[in-house]
Each structure stands twice: as structure tokens, then as C-alpha cells.
Design a protein. Structure first.
Ligand code: HXC
Length: 265
């Protein structure tokens, strides 16, 4: 287990011997509301986990009670536009740093994932949810709109009509509705949540780390560009993987009818 928690006030980071790191929001008195300090800590943790070669996959969670109730309304209430542009505008890169970790990142969501909390789940590669999970973008009910990717990542994931329903009404959606709209990968009882997330992580990281990083980059870059630019990017990554030991090992193992032993290089 990792010991780097001393540097975080609102996060707990644990690493196990399988190479799966768990990043847990820990601000229970405010339903894990994301204040500037917590968002900055997310960015620092993302940098740390991205660099750490012993970490093969990351699970982002808020624990069993609540994922995150969104941006810290009490912190934001008295702010004006320049404050938001300067402070939040810069610090929201913490979310992008999580999105850019070149390893599988899985959100394990239980309870409310609202506003910035929902947006945090959206920067993860996949979302595993408990039966108690509730997603929503209630910003409109506060006189604002989603500000950490909700108007951009949500429609790319579930389509513009469903995203607009969530964003325009501010309504909460139960986990089954979210599963149906493709927001959530799987739904399990709350006591199975972390094991389900770890199992999904294991199914990813038994594959080679370089191929995983390329696969993630291709999907993420491709979602942000036109088809032919994305295809060109994919072609380069695909070809470059033929310079890795893992490609030689993977194909040789198939031919020899054995399991591959990937090294991540
Ligand atoms: C600050 C919050 C908070 C939030 C809860 N709390 N959510 N504080 N910001 N987003 C605090 C409450 O004020 C309260 O503090 C304590 O946490 C417990 O909350 P309750 O409301 O009593 O709990 P409960 O009845 O269980 O209801 C949970 C809830 C509700 C449904 C999640 O708290 C809620 O609706 N929260 C706001 C959700 C929201 O609107 N999110 C969007 C935020 S804007 P006290 O001191 O009374 O104990 C946004 C944009 C961000 O996300 C963009 C950048 C990240």
C-alpha cells in the first residue's frame, strides 16, 4: 500500500501489489464537494500516478456513501467571473490530468455523482457504479452551467439529446437510466463495487502497458477530431507498436499456443 497520503488533505491514495492504485476523495463532511484545493490535489495525484511505473491502472472513487456532490457551492457563491476564469479555469486542468493518465482509469461510483462530481467520472475511461449511484448536472438550478466538461464530454458519450435533458432540467438520473444511456459500464451491489472495479482493471492490465496507453490515446484523440485525422493517428500508433517487445511476445505466444508474458516495453 502507498504511503504518499501525507501530501494530501482531501485524498487518500493506495497502491496494491497488483499495480492497481485507488484514488479516494475524502471530504465526507461536504459530500466530497470539490473545492479548489481538492481539485489541485487531484491534478498532483494524477501526475504522480502517471509517472509511477508500478501503477498499471487507477480507480477513482468517493467511497460507498457518495462519489462527489460537485463543485464547492459555498466556495463559489461569492465569486465573480474573473475569479472563476483565473482560479477554476487554471485548476480544472486537474480533471484533464486524470483524463491523460496513460493507463486505464476507472471511476467506481456509489451515491451521488453530481455536477463536477459527474464531470470527474466523465474524465475516467470507464464507469462502474453501485445500485445506489445517482448522476446529474444540477448546475442549471444554481444559475450556472457545467464548467468542467459536462457540456462537452457528456454529449460525446450519451448523445446530445440525452445530455441536454440532463443539463437543461438539472434532474437526477438513477443508475439504471444511466446504464441504459451508456454513461455507466456496469451496475453492481454497493458491497461489490470496488471488487468489480478491480476486476475490470485486472482484465485491462493483463494486456501490455504500451498497447493500453496507445489504445487510450487513440480513442481520446479520435473523439476530439475528424475520422481521417483519427485514422491517421491510429495507423501511426498501430505501426509503432511493432517496435515493442510486447508485440513480438504477444504474437509468438499465440503461435506457440501459450499465454503471453508482457513486459510493458
Ligand atoms: C458545498 C456541499 C455540497 C456542494 C453538499 N454540501 N454538497 N457543500 N458544495 N456541492 C454540504 C452541505 O452544505 C452540508 O453541509 C453537507 O454537505 C451535507 O449535505 P446535505 O445536503 O445535508 O446532504 P444530503 O441531504 O444527503 O444531500 C446530498 C446532496 C445535496 C443531494 C448531494 O447536498 C446537494 O444537492 N448538493 C449540491 C449538489 C449540486 O448542486 N452540485 C453542483 C455544484 S456546481 P452542512 O454544513 O449543512 O453539514 C458544480 C460546478 C463545478 O458542480 C464546476 C467545477 C468543478
Amino acid at each position: 500500500m502507498g504511503m504518499e497520503n501525507a501530501e494530501f488533505r482531501y485524498l487518500v491514495v493506495e497502491r496494491d501489489e497488483e499495480g492497481i492504485a485507488v484514488l479516494r476523495l475524502n471530504r465526507p463532511e461536504a459530500r466530497n464537494a470539490l473545492n479548489l484545493e481538492l481539485i489541485a490535489e487531484l491534478g498532483r495525484a494524477a501526475d504522480m500516478l502517471a509517472r509511477d511505473d508500478t501503477v498499471r491502472a487507477v480507480i477513482v472513487t468517493g467511497g460507498e456513501e457518495v462519489f462527489a456532490a460537485g463543485g464547492d457551492i459555498k466556495e463559489m457563491a461569492g465569486k465573480y467571473a474573473p475569479d472563476m476564469l483565473n482560479a477554476y479555469g487554471a485548476d480544472l486542468s486537474g480533471f484533464e490530468k486524470i483524463e491523460r493518465i496513460p493507463k486505464p482509469v476507472i471511476a467506481a461510483v456509489s451515491g451521488y455523482a453530481l455536477g463536477g462530481g459527474c464531470e470527474l467520472a466523465l474524465v475516467c475511461d470507464m464507469i462502474v457504479a453501485s445500485e445506489t449511484a445517482v448522476f446529474g448536472m444540477p448546475e442549471i438550478t444554481l444559475g450556472i452551467i457545467p464548467g468542467a466538461g459536462g457540456t462537452q464530454r457528456l454529449p460525446r458519450l450519451v448523445g446530445p439529446h440525452r445530455a441536454k435533458e440532463m443539463i437543461f432540467t438539472g434532474s437526477f438520473f438513477d443508475v439504471h437510466a444511466c446504464r441504459e444511456m451508456g454513461l455507466v459500464n456496469s451496475v453492481v451491489p454497493v458491497e461489490r463495487l470496488m471488487e468489480e472495479a478491480k476486476e475490470l482493471a485486472r482484465r485491462c492490465i493483463r494486456n501490455g502497458a504500451v498497447a493500453l496507453a496507445c489504445a487510450k490515446a487513440c480513442v481520446n484523440e479520435g473523439m476530439n477530431t475528424d475520422l481521417y485525422t483519427g485514422l491517421a493517428y491510429e495507423r501511426k500508433c498501430f505501426s509503432l507498436l511493432f517496435s515493442t517487445e510486447d508485440q513480438k511476445e504477444g504474437m509468438q505466444a499465440f503461435i506457440e499456443k501459450r499465454k503471453p508474458a508482457f513486459k510493458g516495453r
